[in-house]
Design a protein around this ligand. Sequence first.
Ligand SMILES: [Zn+2]
Length: 256
Amino acid sequence: MADQAFTVTEDDVRAMLLAADSIAGQAGRNMLAKVLKGSRDKKLLALGLDNSPAYGYFRMLTLDQITERVDWMILNDFLAIDRNRDMPLLVFTDRGWDIHIENMSELLLKQWETWDKTVPTDMTYLKDRNRSMILLFLEKVAHTGDARYIPLLQQWAPLDYRKVREAIGKVIDHLEKGHSEPLMLEGAHRSFYCTPGEPIIEPRGSERLKCWECGKRFEWTVEEQDKFRMRGWNPPKRCESCREQRQKQREAWLWE
Ligand SMILES: [Zn+2]
């Protein structure tokens, strides 16, 4: 791989995932780059993508520089290209989604920290969000042990659906009684790919995959990974010799 002329920070990754949330499954790499640029593109504005909290995050960079970083997200397994549609769409990988959900719940909590909890607040913005993220956020509120959050919870509860309302009730109870053990809410997001507080950017290297056909382990090199990810392909299932074997069989069959 060519030497990378830029660095991507953990905050950059989180911002790009945040921007991706507004376009995932609807648009491709170019649209994500435009959102991060803060572009006044007509289609972007028509889709309301200028409302993304990450709109204009990279406004100091050129579109080409931003696209390089978007591609870096794909190569590093935070985002993926889905080519099974009419046009290639950008989607979250499991790892990218995991980090994003964790990040969203963290951002909501940080927002609450800064608010004056005694002032009545419109809580409708929390309704109809991803349920597992909202429940994770509620766990985090419970974990603060801070009873000053109770008025905010009380204003939110009547607006939301029964399942969330019940969870809010548990958090209020938890904070009122000052329980010390963590509150676990059923259906809250559980991370498989990231641990809060640990770095999310990992150095890349070749991966060891297992061949479906002969069962042998084989190296999936970084160059090969780049090729597969940018084309929106799934990781290879077979080792190189099994792949060649299959190719030969297919050719033989064609010429029979
Ligand atoms: Zn094999």
